[in-house]
Design a protein around this ligand. Structure first.
Ligand code: NI
Length: 226
């Protein structure tokens, strides 16, 4: 299931992120690619020792932390520090791949990647191509969002970034372990959560709405791990 969230960053945050990225060094995306990804990964990313990386990470994590729709979509338990990449010029694509299941946090702990997310930082008019294409059981979906908007998708999916043939595409991408491991369970919970949100707006906190909210939490209790 793909969930897109509009305007996760404010205009001011987007401008700050771009200003910081403009001063960042870039290294080949091959620095963090496994052997299979290395065959298809042709992009650049901000290296771990870049001076502005901590500020960029704080900016993105702060925006995600205040967004209840991100919480509802991902049910995050542990979020790995976000990365920043750039597609353009010769290094303009990331072919079909799946994200590694287990990733090591900077302090050494292993985190299971259940959910991946891409935060678009370039305006879609500023580049051609660069579509994040994600395959799920219903087929393939192309995603190219407004700058400051985010897509959340299962890390288990096959996906790619199609070649950028004009301009450059800046993005932030991240992986997280969800409280709910199973993508189907996450989807049910999200569907129910969104329906409850609308019911509350349309008819208020009536007794059936309160009961259904209880069902949501009881399902979460059954499926969540911490
Ligand atoms: Ni990926």
């Amino acid at each position: 299931m793909l969930i897109t969230l509009d305007d996760v960053l404010t205009g001011e945050e987007l401008a700050s992120a771009r200003a910081l990225l403009a001063e960042c060094p870039w290294e080949s995306g091959l620095a963090t690619a496994g052997p299979q990804a290395a065959e298809v990964k042709r992009n650049r990313q901000v290296p771990e020792d870049a001076p502005h990386l901590p500020a960029l990470r704080r900016l993105v994590l702060g925006a995600l932390a205040r967004d209840p729709m991100f919480f509802a979509a991902a049910l995050p338990l542990r979020i790995l520090p976000p990365f920043f990449n750039r597609h353009g010029g010769e290094e303009n694509r990331y072919g079909l791949h799946t994200d590694n299941a287990m990733r090591q946090a900077p302090e050494g702990a292993w985190i299971r990647a259940d959910v991946s997310a891409t935060l678009f930082l370039s305006d879609p008019e500023d580049y051609d191509g660069g579509v994040l294409t994600i395959a799920d059981t219903f087929g393939s979906h192309g995603v190219k969002l407004r700058a400051g908007s985010l897509v959340v998708y299962p890390s288990s999916s096959l996906h790619e970034v199609t070649p950028v043939t004009r301009g450059e595409r800046l993005a932030c991408f991240l992986f997280l372990q969800s409280m709910v491991r199973d993508a189907g369970h996450r989807r049910l919970l999200h569907d129910m959560d969104m329906a409850l949100l609308r019911l509350r707006q349309e008819i208020g906190e009536t007794e059936p709405v309160v009961r259904l909210t209880g069902v949501y939490h009881n399902l979460l209790r059954a499926w969540a791990e911490s």
